[in-house]
Design a protein around this ligand. Structure first.
Ligand SMILES: Cc1cc2nc3c(=O)[nH]c(=O)nc-3n(C[C@H](O)[C@H](O)[C@H](O)COP(=O)(O)OP(=O)(O)OC[C@H]3O[C@@H](n4cnc5c(N)ncnc54)[C@H](O)[C@@H]3O)c2cc1C
Length: 233
């Protein structure tokens, strides 16, 4: 529902809206915003990686991902948003203050398909929260993330297991360069599953590169989060 008539937006909100109270908002590094909320859970409860949506204007919805779930009754959800987009979604999150009441649209959690035992995860700033949620477990996957140069030191310091790349001009350029180089040099040969998140053009090119290097088509999950010139996905 990136864009929908206001009446339809209200209908969806009435069906899957969960009431929430903002508990904290902070900018941990340039280009990022961390928001925590105490939110009524959907059926099945909240899960790291849960996809949610906000009605950021009466006619527009924007999607985000639950990065963390905490609190005694697992109602405290954390989101990590990249602020480069500067559309109504980013504006909506920027305006939130502790104590504000809002509505999170969420259904039952449908986990992303993650195949393989030795996985590669890639993403950009918009996917950093999802990468935290998915790759934070005990399986030690390989995680390659491209972030704005001014935030690269913070990401590297707070996520020492991730390969952090400072973005060059052009979304995904640095990530694709690294992926192609590593494959040429024989790295990632053990990888038997991949989850590619973030900029639409980059996830498609990364997928093609991995398939050409021999990864099984069914072992590669892609989830586009944004595309140039496109408002909401
Ligand atoms: C399932 C799903 C989960 C997502 N989870 C997260 C998440 O946890 N955290 C997060 O930060 N984002 C996440 N996103 C991406 C987020 O929804 C988009 O970035 C969204 O477009 C931002 O809305 P906006 O209104 O600020 O900008 P829009 O009005 O949608 O876009 C304005 C313009 O900004 C550009 N743009 C959009 N997004 C970006 C970006 N990330 N970086 C640079 N330029 C951009 C495009 O050119 C677009 O035309 C997710 C997307 C999906 C589909």
């Amino acid at each position: 529902m990136p864009t929908a008539p206001a009446a339809l937006g209200r209908l969806v909100e009435g069906r899957i809206g969960r009431s929430a109270r903002v508990t904290s908002v902070r900018a941990p590094a340039p280009g990022f915003l961390e928001v925590e909320m105490d939110a009524e859970a959907p059926p099945g409860g909240w899960h790291p990686g849960h996809e949610v949506q906000f009605r950021v204007t009466p006619t527009q919805g924007r999607r985000y991902t639950v990065r963390s779930v905490s609190g005694p009754d697992a109602r405290r959800i954390g989101l990590l948003a990249a602020t480069a987009a500067d559309g109504p979604g980013t504006d909506f999150l920027r305006r939130l203050r502790p104590g504000d009441r809002t509505t999170v649209l969420a259904g039952r959690h449908r986990p992303l398909r993650e195949r393989g035992a030795r996985r590669l995860y890639t993403g950009d700033a918009s996917a950093l929260g999802t990468l935290d949620a998915l790759a934070g477990g005990g399986s030690s996957p390989t995680v390659v993330v491209e972030v704005p140069a001014r935030a690269a030191a913070w990401v590297a310091e707070t996520r020492p297991a991730f390969h952090v790349l400072a973005a060059a001009p052009g979304p995904g350029a640095e990530l694709l360069r690294r992926l192609e180089r590593e494959l040429r040099e024989g790295a990632f040969t053990e990888v038997d599953g991949a989850v590619l998140l973030g900029h639409a053009g980059t996830v498609q090119r990364a997928r093609r590169t991995l398939l050409a290097a021999g990864l099984d088509r069914g072992a590669c999950t892609v989830r586009a989060y944004w595309a140039e010139g496109k408002r909401g996905l």
